[in-house]
Design a protein around this ligand. Structure first.
Ligand SMILES: CC(C)(COP(=O)(O)OP(=O)(O)OC[C@H]1O[C@@H](n2cnc3c(N)ncnc32)[C@H](O)[C@@H]1OP(=O)(O)O)[C@@H](O)C(=O)NCCC(=O)NCCS
Length: 181
């Protein structure tokens, strides 16, 4: 499947999402290991919900940029990374990401975040990028910290995560001047 690559990395690249990807994403979004640390972990998705989501992100490109994370070499879709709530007036946006389980632990998320930061700072000319992590999600905190994000604060016992109870939400941020490129 031909797919325009937006930014190429060493292990993964950020590329344009296809409508044909939606079926795979629908299966992944319903996987409780993936959902657990995402917003609304209890949520169950129908294929039609995902198609509507695809149309929404396609139409609201100014507000959200969502990239397919592609494995270099195989060109397989491995996950998604999104830049959300883009606020051009204040020069900030939030990032969120997930990878399919088969691809965890290979450094893919770390590199996808690195590429996304480049897109945020060099292509969107933002001044700040932020992210929220549920405290038990140590892998995600590590991904952000490896990319230079700092812990700005926390919301205590802010969300309920299945099998964890109420957990803190960690607020991470990275200013453009602290970004190592
Ligand atoms: C979080 C997630 C994106 C990480 O993806 P990944 O590709 O495995 O991440 P990377 O391999 O780039 O880096 C993970 C790092 O966390 C570390 N790590 C993994 N599990 C850990 C744990 N339980 N405790 C501490 N560190 C852990 C890894 O060792 C690695 O660090 P290292 O490179 O220094 O060894 C992936 O697990 C995922 O998609 N989870 C479900 C969705 C999700 O949580 N999204 C983020 C919401 S904020």
């Amino acid at each position: 499947m031909d797919r325009p690559v937006i930014l190429k990395g060493r292990k993964v690249s950020l590329a344009v999402l296809h409508k044909e990807d939606v079926k795979k994403l629908w299966l992944w979004y319903n996987d409780r290991n993936i959902r657990k640390y995402l917003s609304n972990p209890e949520k169950i998705f129908f294929l039609e919900d995902e198609l509507e989501w695809y149309e929404r992100i396609r139409k609201e490109k100014e507000k959200h940029k969502v990239f397919a994370i592609i494995e270099n070499g195989s060109e397989n879709l491995t996950g998604l990374i999104g830049i959300h709530n883009i606020d051009y007036k204040n020069g900030k946006a939030e990032i969120g990401y997930f990878l399919w389980r088969d691809y965890w632990g290979r450094g893919y998320a770390t590199e996808a975040v690195r590429l996304t930061l480049r897109y945020c700072f060099e292509w969107l000319n933002l001044r700040k990028v932020y992210a929220h992590v549920f405290e038990p999600n140590a892998a995600s905190s590590k991904v952000l910290e490896k990319n230079g994000f700092v812990l700005a604060g926390r919301w205590r016992k802010h969300v309920h995560v299945p099998e964890n109870g109420f957990v803190d939400v960690l607020c991470y941020e990275l200013m453009r001047e602290d970004w190592k490129g």
